[in-house]
Design a protein around this ligand. Sequence first.
Ligand code: NZQ
Ligand code: ZN
Length: 383
Amino acid sequence: MENFEFFNPTKIIFGRKTEQKIGKVLEKDNIKRVLFVYGKSSIKYTGLYDRVVNLLKKEGIEFIEHGGVSPNPVLSHTKEGIEKVKKNKVEAILAVGGGSVIDEGKAIAVGAKHEEDIWEFFKRTKEIKKALPIYVILTLAATGSEMNGFAVITNEETEEKLSISSEHIFPKVSILNPELTFTVPSSYQAYAVVDTIAHMIEYYFTGSYCPNLQKRLILSLIKTAMETTEIILKEPQNYNARAEFMWTSTLALNGITRLGIKDGEFPNHLIAHALGALFDLPHGACLSIVIPAWMKWYKDKNKIQFEIFAKEIFNANEADEGIDSLKSWFKKIGAPVSLKDVRIAESDIIKIAKNAYNIAVIWGMAKKYSLEVLTEILKNAND
Ligand code: NZQ
Ligand code: ZN
């Protein structure tokens, strides 16, 4: 195994009805005033909004509202949140929603504690020194944001989708009640499982060395994510399937699966973020288009891992058969698998490649992922 350091300070409260603890959790930490961050409408029509408001009032916790976070959260709305926090002397962030809500909450938590323009942290020209504490009630299992130190925001003016990574933005407490995900539509469950798989195969395939323990862990989590998704798509209210999927998606990007792997990278996310920035598509949908295309381009660089993947996940003997099977499975669950599926024209490929190249420069991956390479991969996504 490669040397590693592991840090994950997030407390997880998992299970039925656990959101009822939010008032007590905040009260115990002596939090008196929060910024209550949420999305467009789901927490209102599911009734969760009213329940959270009542729980906060019961403990005498004041809240300033910051609703309307969009899927693929944007910089302008994030800046509005930072203003509210600074004006109202908010002590903590309470994010109730999916990855977008949590990520915007994290960015606001950073902005609240710094004078610099928040976008500088995303361009990685400034270092994050501190952040407000972040509390989460998760309503969509997918990104792992509930137990990691990442956040992704889109600058809608420059059409850049960039990320921050910091020990300061791990949520302090995340409440995970699988029942809150019963209402997640099948389209988003499909995007969620693609994202969960993506978080693990990035390092699994790109690492120059992957310990057997990590291989087995990753393959087992991928199998669980796929099996539980098949059940969820038929029975959206199956508690155990929702619960196992929820915890799988958290484990996929909380740091555990990448430990001891050498030289791993996130190339599929790099290209998917460019697609997301330019076309505002759901993150998982960008990945289901990119992954088979990237795999086709990359497979000979790590053939053995592709063969193990094919055998273990699809009982297939060849790397190519494994890639085709994954693409067919994405299609079966309703995720797009080509640019045509989301009506992006071939003439847009160069624009996407340029956007991705900008991210490659910021992420220090531009040597491997040149404009030519990115164009070649995106051309594979065109059939
Ligand atoms: O806005 P509302 O009305 O809440 O609706 C949301 C949204 O339309 C809806 N939804 C959420 N919970 C629901 C629900 N609908 C019904 N019932 C519920 N219980 O689902 C839609 C999608 O929500 P969103 O939060 O956008 O999805 P997701 O969790 O997939 O987050 C995607 C964002 O996270 C970033 C992505 O790039 C994207 O911006 N990522 C964050 C990462 C991280 N912080 O570690 C890593 C990932 O790789 C990813 O990049
Ligand atoms: Zn992702």
